[in-house]
Design a binder for this molecule. Structure first.
Ligand code: DGY
Length: 385
């Protein structure tokens, strides 16, 4: 039997409670756990409703606060790890599911498909779903790029949504992850990177299942909304750069289905507001740090202080920038953080105007090929485009 976990922070309690009920109705689910980041309104409303859900469904529903388990900013990582601790120390469930609390398209199918893949013997099941061609820009430009350049022979580059928060772990997989100190310390947004990394590093078998309904979560305004997530995801990846990852673990990906027109037409972020960010927040020190980068990057970025430039940040240039960031970035240094943010925005704008503009199907093909070219570059060396 399975435990279903919803980590949450300032979510709409109605959406969360509806999702809790979907989980409670499922015959494979024997308990639901909601882990709150703080005692916000969502926490209060959900805690108040829990006893009546217990009466109605005859299954335990717990609403708890996340513990301080990690060493970085207290965030989603502490929430997910609190749930693993609960599973292992307080229960004997065989499996645990994680779902983000804000999925408005959540249904029994998310649980059923994951259970069926786990029945086939997979230790980890990861959901993936269509996302707009200008969404997932940390996933593509930071995580999948980094996995390709650092561990090209592992399955890491090929994991569809390495930052996805919807997954199932067998009890054994949960034990392995929770006993890994690298996972335990990652209390912030870097947790998804660490879970993905660690499941491959521990040779767990992985099945990726396709949910064509998607997540229908809200998209972003200017890319500033993603700044902290970007910095924490890159820092998490960089902290692993000397780690060894084995080749050839078991990995199956369900073939995706047709994507709805609505998703193909969705714009992931506000282009104009993002453009402005390139001119803001410059310091002399950031300009000095640019001397570590190739001349065309330094010149382009410095020119952006006057007028936004991004055409120079193509795939090849981004690989070179990424190598400099892996070598020199300092997550405790505000100038480095701001510079990383601006460099990433530059890459996203270049991709948006040269690739995403050509349409959804072109863009998705490009992004998958980009990963393959980065893997090739890491294995064979040299320019990839
Ligand atoms: C990503 O890149 O996957 C983040 O969720 C932002 O969209």
């Amino acid at each position: 039997m399975s435990l279903v976990v919803f980590p949450f922070k300032e979510e709409d309690p109605e959406v969360l409670l509806r999702n809790v009920e979907v989980a409670l109705e499922h015959p494979r689910v024997s308990e639901v756990l909601c882990v709150g980041a703080s005692e916000d309104r969502c926490f209060e409303v959900t805690s108040a409703e829990a006893p009546s859900l217990v009466r109605r469904y005859g299954k335990p529903v717990k609403v708890i606060l996340q513990e301080r388990l990690g060493e970085l900013r207290p965030g989603k990582g502490d929430g997910m790890n609190t749930a693993l601790k609960y599973l292992l120390e307080e229960t004997d469930h065989d499996r645990v599911h994680f779902y983000d609390a804000d999925i408005v398209s959540f249904s029994a199918e998310w649980i059923t498909k994951a259970e069926e893949a786990a029945d086939e013997g997979y230790q980890v099941v990861r959901h993936y779903f269509p996302r707009s061609s200008t969404d997932a820009m940390i996933t593509w430009m930071i995580t999948r790029t980094g996995f390709s350049l650092l561990w090209p022979r592992s399955v890491l580059p090929w994991i569809e949504q390495p930052l996805g928060g919807e997954l199932l772990l067998s009890r054994e997989a949960a034990e392995r992850l929770f006993s890994d100190p690298r996972v335990r310390r990652q209390s912030d947004w870097g947790i998804d990177t660490l879970y993905t990394f660690s499941m491959v590093a521990h040779r767990l078998s992985i099945s990726e299942i396709y949910m064509d309904v998607g997540k229908l979560h809200k998209l972003y305004g200017a890319l500033t909304d993603l700044k902290t997530m970007l910095i924490e995801c890159f820092s998490a990846l960089r902290s692993l750069k000397h780690e060894h990852v084995p080749e050839g673990t078991v990995h199956h990906i369900e073939y995706p289905g047709p994507v709805r027109q609505e998703m193909k037409e969705k714009v992931g972020y506000d282009f104009e507001r993002t453009l402005l960010l390139l001119r803001k927040g410059w310091t002399e020190r950031q300009a000095d740090l640019l001397s570590l980068f190739p001349a065309r990057v330094r010149e382009g970025m410095l020119a952006s202080r006057e007028y936004p430039r991004f055409a120079f940040m193509d795939e090849e240039t981004w690989a070179e920038v990424y190598a400099v960031l892996l070598a020199h970035f300092d997550s405790g240094d505000d100038d480095w953080k701001e510079l990383l943010f601006k460099l990433w925005i530059t890459r996203v704008l270049q991709y948006t105007t040269t690739v995403a503009l050509r349409g959804y199907d072109y863009a998705m093909h490009y992004l998958h090929q980009m990963v393959a070219r980065y893997v090739h570059r890491a294995l064979v060396g040299g320019s990839t485009v």
